[in-house]
Structure formats: structure tokens, C-alpha cells
Design a protein around this ligand. Structure first.
Ligand SMILES: [Cu+2]
Length: 146
């Protein structure tokens, strides 16, 4: 084998590596996007945070801090129906619900077992929401939007 013969496979390997490295920057990675779902909020408007609701009547985690533009998925992980409600002006409000001025109230309606309700927080401030049927057993959560 001459030196020229050896250089051709090396050149080919170099080209393949360059294409592979470039693909990191050009190909969106669906698996990577999925992984963001449970990550802690770090940058504005790109995060999706999950708050679970279980059969014990709990929001998990009950208190979260996120960035403006982030979306929260309230995910029912049990069979008991819940709501995510934040409407201080509603006649059913018991005074636990808090909404920053100008924010659209969260009114999920019934969230059946293994279903979700999502809400994008476009207004910064402090939110306190309840599950209407379980508010009396302290099923209350907060969201701080920076
Ligand atoms: Cu509930």
C-alpha cells in the first residue's frame, strides 16, 4: 500500500465525522425535546413543567417557580377526578385563589384519571390555585412566574 492509498480511507473517515458533527446542530432531536418535560425551568419561554395530581388529593410539587412563557402540564396520575381552578372572582371561590392582574384564569373543568390540563403562564406574578372538590382537604398549589 502506498501513502496515497492510505490517505483515501482517512479522508473518507474525516468527511463522515464532519457530517456527523454537523448533524448535531441541524437535526432537531425529538427524544431530547421530550426530556425537557420534567426539567427544572432554566430559560425563558421554552420549558414544560409537569405537576402531578394523585389519588391522595395532592399537587406534586405543590409550589413551583417558572419563567414567563413556560407551560405547565397538570397531569392526573390517578383515577380520582380533579380540577385546576384559579378564578378569585368566581362565586365558588373560598378566598384561596390568587391571580396576578391581567392573567387569564385557569378553569380546567374536570380532569379525568390519566388526563392532563395544560396552561401557559404569559403573565408574571403569583398564582394560587385549587382543586375545587378537594380544596377542603388542602389540595392547593402555587406558581411563581418570573
Ligand atoms: Cu382534587
Amino acid at each position: 500500500m502506498t501513502d496515497e492509498d492510505r490517505s483515501i480511507p482517512l479522508f473518507a473517515i474525516g468527511v463522515l465525522m464532519a457530517v456527523w458533527i454537523l448533524s448535531w446542530f441541524t437535526n432537531p432531536d425529538p427524544a431530547g425535546a421530550d426530556a425537557v418535560e420534567t426539567a427544572t425551568a432554566t430559560s425563558p419561554g421554552v420549558n414544560r413543567i409537569v405537576v402531578s395530581m394523585n389519588d391522595k388529593g395532592e399537587f406534586i410539587p405543590p409550589n413551583i417557580t417558572i419563567n414567563v412563557g413556560d407551560t405547565v402540564e397538570f397531569r392526573n396520575i390517578g383515577l380520582t377526578r380533579h380540577t385546576v381552578t384559579d378564578n378569585p372572582d368566581s362565586p365558588t371561590s373560598r378566598g384561596n385563589e390568587i391571580l396576578p392582574e391581567g392573567a387569564k384564569p385557569m378553569k380546567s373543568g374536570w380532569i379525568d384519571g390519566f388526563k392532563s390540563y395544560t396552561y401557559t403562564f404569559d403573565t408574571p406574578g403569583f398564582y394560587r390555585y385549587v382543586c375545587l372538590p378537594h380544596e377542603n382537604v388542602n389540595m392547593i398549589g402555587t406558581v411563581t412566574v418570573n
